[in-house]
Write a protein that binds this ligand. Structure first.
Ligand SMILES: NC(=O)c1ccc[n+]([C@@H]2O[C@H](COP(=O)([O-])OP(=O)(O)OC[C@H]3O[C@@H](n4cnc5c(N)ncnc54)[C@H](O)[C@@H]3O)[C@@H](O)[C@H]2O)c1
Ligand SMILES: [Zn+2]
Length: 423
């Protein structure tokens, strides 16, 4: 095999800092946009942020219409409904997403399907969907995150639940990447503690998984048209991931405990952005592969801080629940990286005698402190569900290919079973 020698790096234009969201109207003028759709979800709309952003856009002479069509953790049905409405009310010159990953991913789908022909499922990753690439360019999309989590403002994917197939998957293409990310930590202050905790675990896992991902130069060499946005761990993504871990160490517990702590909120927003810039190019692996069935096959779990009356395991929580055991499994592929990550997250902590336990222990201590459920048992799964979950995990071959060790069905079963109860 000829080894890969090339890695790639892509990122949106970025504006970061308190007050950045007030300038979006100016930025839209630079894109020559006259009529824009502001996409959000009802929970974020209730904070008033999207309407304030729309008002400020209007003050620059740009027409802005707010739509609350994003659903928390989008489905094929919710995205299709958002697209239908946007198509009926268009045309639009640009889109602005104000919200967490759910609103940003909805805006990506709306942008794709108002700029291109066809239906949603044509573009969803194969084999679940048609895996089609957009034929033409998309419109400018300005992504304004209000959670500190997904990094979706920097990435090329839109994650969705395909209800009929009970599977979470995505649409993935470089053209989906927002043109500009506007990260204004002030908009994140109103996040409920439960959302801060779950979304923060998503940041943590993005950083840890991309840092421990299979190195880009261990893959077979690709032709130019075979390159994918996620190319494995590389010197640039490593830098973002390491910095994100250091920022989390100093701010995560504080932001969950006191949502008014502006300094902690600012550091968390920076951490989410850094981790997004890292994993958005390197990729993620086992915890994210497990998260899809854990979230997709939820029975009756209702997390605090999320919309009431709906069973769900939020993305960041679903990712976190198997992370300690996943990193125990991947330790042997790169011990020094696992130990360095533990040191960044808990500087100076005495590690256990068995070094393999160090990073898992640092993660579980943090999870306890911020009120994460104690394992997949605590969100409703039992040993009799493991086979079903493994089947869902093994469908995520795109993610498992980025793991630093090969993952068999038996390995996935062991990780899931040991994640029933974490402490
Ligand atoms: N595209 C990507 O790169 C990517 C990466 C990771 C996750 N995701 C996806 O993103 C989604 C999760 O996004 P998320 O974790 O950002 O949360 P979210 O967008 O689902 O929002 C979670 C909850 O918090 C509320 N909320 C958000 N911001 C708020 C604020 N400032 N004040 C008050 N309430 C607020 C929302 O109304 C919602 O009820 C999942 O669908 C996940 O699969 C996408
Ligand atoms: Zn994630």
């Amino acid at each position: 095999m000829t080894h890969e020698t090339v890695f790639t790096y892509g990122a949106p234009a970025l504006k970061f800092g308190a007050g950045a969201a007030d300038e979006i109207g100016f930025d839209l003028q630079q894109y020559d946009a006259h009529r824009v759709l502001v996409v959000t979800d009802p929970g974020v709309a209730a904070t008033g942020h999207p309407e304030r952003v729309a008002q400020s856009i209007r003050s620059f002479g740009v027409e802005a219409v707010v739509t609350e069509t994003a659903r928390v953790e989008p489905t094929d049905e919710s995205l299709q409904a958002a697209v239908d409405l946007a198509r009926a009310q268009g045309p639009w010159d640009a889109f602005v997403a104000v919200g967490g990953g759910s609103a940003i991913d909805t805006a990506k789908a709306v942008n794709l399907l108002t700029s291109n022909e066809g239906e949603l499922m044509d573009y969803v990753n194969a084999p679940v969907g048609g895996g089609k690439a957009p034929q033409g360019p998309l419109k400018p999309l300005v992504a304004v995150p209000t959670t500190t989590g997904t990094g979706s403002e920097s990435t090329t994917i839109c994650v969705l639940d395909v209800l009929a197939q009970r599977v979470k998957t995505g649409i993935s293409h470089p053209r989906l990447r927002p043109s500009m990310a506007v990260v204004d930590p002030r908009l994140t202050m109103s996040q409920p503690a439960g959302v801060t905790a779950a979304a923060g675990m998503d940041i943590l896992c993005h950083a840890l998984e991309s840092y421990t991902a299979r190195p880009f130069d261990s893959f077979a060499a690709k032709k130019p048209d075979e390159r994918v946005p996620y190319c494995g761990a590389n010197p640039i993504s490593d830098m973002w991931s390491e910095r994100a871990l250091g920022l989390l160490a100093g701010s995560f517990r504080r932001a969950v405990r006191d949502g008014e702590d502006e300094d902690a909120r600012g550091q968390m927003a920076l951490a989410a952005t850094f981790a997004g810039l890292g994993f958005g190019n390197a990729g993620v692996h086992i915890p994210h592969a497990n998260a899809y069935p854990i979230a997709g096959r939820v029975k009756d779990f209702h997390p605090v801080g999320y919309p009431e009356g709906e069973a769900m395991v939020p993305h960041g929580m679903a990712v976190a629940l198997t992370a300690p055991e996943a990193f125990r499994f991947t330790f042997e592929a790169a011990p020094e990286r696992h130990l360095r990550a533990a040191e960044l997250l808990a500087p100076g902590a005495d590690g256990p005698a068995d070094k393999r336990d160090h990073l898992p222990q640092v993660i579980t201590t943090l999870m306890r402190d911020i009120g994460m459920p104690n394992g997949i048992g605590a969100v409703g799964y039992t040993d009799s569900d493991v086979e079903d979950l493994v089947e869902g995990t093994m469908k995520q071959q795109r993610l498992l290919a980025t793991a630093p060790r090969e993952v068999s069905g038996d390995d996935a079963a062991t990780i899931l079973r040991s994640s029933m109860e974490l402490w």
